[in-house]
Design a binder for this molecule. Structure first.
Ligand code: DGL
Length: 267
C-alpha cells in the first residue's frame, strides 16, 4: 500500500502538465513526482471521450504500478472526460485529483467574478465541465466558453510573444463569447506558458486564472488532511513519455522550468 513516502503520479497528453508539475515542485518540495506525457497520442483535445478514457486508464495503471499514493490528471481534456472512469479504476488504491475541480471551487467561492470566460481544447469545452461546475456552486456567475484548439500546437511549436501568436491570440480573445468578461480561466495546462501574453491582450484588466498554483495548493491540503504530505528529501522526479524526440525534451524543460530527462516507455 502507498504511504507518505510514495510518489505522486501525474499525466497529460504531452508536456502541458509540466506547468502543474512545476507549481507542485515549488509548493511541495518534499514530494516525489512521476510524470507521464502521452506524446505518442497528443493532442487529446481532438479525440473522442472513449479514446481519452482508454488512454487515461492505461496511464493510470502504469502510475499505480509505480506505487503512487495519488494520481493527478494534469490535463483538462482528460479531467473533463475521464475523471469518473479513472476514479472507479483506482478505487481504494490511491487518491485521484483532477485539474478542474480546484479551479471551479476557487472561482465559485473565492473570487468576486460575475462574468467568467473559459478557454480550452474542444474536448474540454464540449464537455461543459467548467460552466456546470461553477454554476452549480454559484448560479450568480455567468460562464461563457470558447474552444481555442490552435493554441496547443502554437505553444508546442514555440510561437510565443511573436507576430503569429499575437494574431492567433487576438483572433480568439476578440470573439463575442469573451466580450465583457472579468475573469478568464485558462482551461488547458499548456496555456500558463502564454498567460502574460493573454493578460496583455486584456490590458491586465481581466483576472487571468491558471490552474497550476491552485491545483498545487489543493494537493497540499488533500495530502495534509490524509497525513500523507512528505516533507523530507525525495529520491528525484521521474519523467516518462510514450514517444520521444529531441524537441519534446527541449520544450519539456521549458515547461518545467529546469532541465529534465525524458524516458520513453511503451504502455
Ligand atoms: N494539456 C491538455 C489539456 O490540458 C491539452 C493538450 C491536448 O489537447 O492534448 O487539456
Amino acid at each position: 500500500m502507498p504511504d507518505i513516502n510514495s510518489p505522486i503520479g501525474l499525466f497529460d497528453s504531452g508536456v502541458g502538465g509540466l506547468t502543474v508539475a512545476s507549481a507542485i515542485r515549488q509548493a511541495l518540495p518534499g514530494e516525489q513526482m512521476i510524470y507521464f506525457g502521452d506524446t505518442a497520442h497528443l493532442p487529446y483535445g481532438d479525440k473522442s471521450k472513449d479514446t481519452i478514457i482508454n488512454y487515461s486508464l492505461q496511464i493510470t495503471d502504469f502510475l499505480l504500478g509505480k506505487g503512487c499514493k495519488l494520481i493527478l490528471i494534469a490535463c483538462n481534456s482528460a479531467s473533463s472526460n475521464a475523471y469518473k472512469e479513472v476514479r472507479d479504476f483506482v478505487g481504494e488504491k490511491a487518491m485521484v485529483l483532477n485539474v478542474i475541480d480546484p479551479v471551479v471551487e476557487y472561482v465559485a467561492n473565492e473570487t468576486e467574478s460575475h462574468n467568467v470566460g473559459v478557454i480550452g481544447t474542444k474536448a474540454t469545452i464540449n464537455s461543459e465541465t467548467y460552466p456546470r461546475g461553477i454554476q452549480s456552486r454559484n448560479p450568480g456567475i455567468e460562464v461563457s466558453s470558447l474552444a481555442t484548439p490552435l493554441l496547443v500546437p502554437m505553444i508546442e511549436e514555440g510561437f510565443i510573444f511573436d507576430d503569429i501568436s499575437n494574431a492567433i491570440v487576438r483572433s480568439y480573445l476578440s470573439r463575442k463569447e469573451l466580450q465583457g468578461i472579468d475573469s478568464l480561466i485558462l482551461g488547458c495546462t499548456h496555456y500558463p506558458i502564454i498567460k502574460n501574453q493573454i493578460s496583455r491582450y486584456f490590458n491586465f484588466e481581466v483576472n487571468v486564472i491558471d490552474s497550476a498554483k491552485i491545483v498545487a495548493e489543493k494537493l497540499r491540503d488533500v495530502l495534509t488532511e490524509k497525513h500523507l504530505l512528505r516533507t523530507d528529501k525525495h529520491p528525484g522526479h521521474e519523467f516518462f513519455v510514450s514517444d520521444h524526440t529531441e524537441y519534446f525534451g527541449i520544450i519539456a524543460s521549458m515547461f518545467f522550468g529546469e532541465k529534465i530527462k525524458l524516458d520513453k516507455i511503451s504502455l
